[in-house]
Design a protein around this ligand. Sequence first.
Ligand code: ZN
Length: 176
Amino acid sequence: MRQGLSSTVNDKLKHIGHTELEIQNNKMSELSELYQQVILDHNKKPRNFRKLETANHTAEGYNPLCGDQLTVYLSLEDDAVRDIAFEGSGCAISKAAASMMTQAVKGKSKQEAEKLFNEFHRMVTGELDEEIEANSLGNLIIFAGVRDFPVRVKCASLPWHTMHAALQNEGIISTE
Ligand code: ZN
């Protein structure tokens, strides 16, 4: 099921390449529509949304600005993320970002997970141009658009900050 979704997204992302000219002409509706579809799908059916009983690392994250809150459960074994899950409530962006974060990080080494956190954070804050700089973000680039909406940057990055805090055993974090 996970593979099915990924290939659908990849197909759509390939298609986006052809619409680059349209985007430059400020016809962003098609692109936004795709992004919204993926985000709404993850919001409606969040992946890995449960308490992970085998977790040996957990952290809680809060974004008081929007009211997003989540707990990230992580099972770290031999420096690899064997399993990851989350619980919480918040806006569609934060929930979709958390859902896609768990998919992206599952099975990765601690180092790879931290690298993705770094790339994602730099992308949503506008430091990384995903079109120019080589990166491992894959379908996570659908969150690039939030950098135009400063209030939403924290919604999208909260799950990643919380995952990072879980890896570092930091416990509780807040975006404020
Ligand atoms: Zn939010």
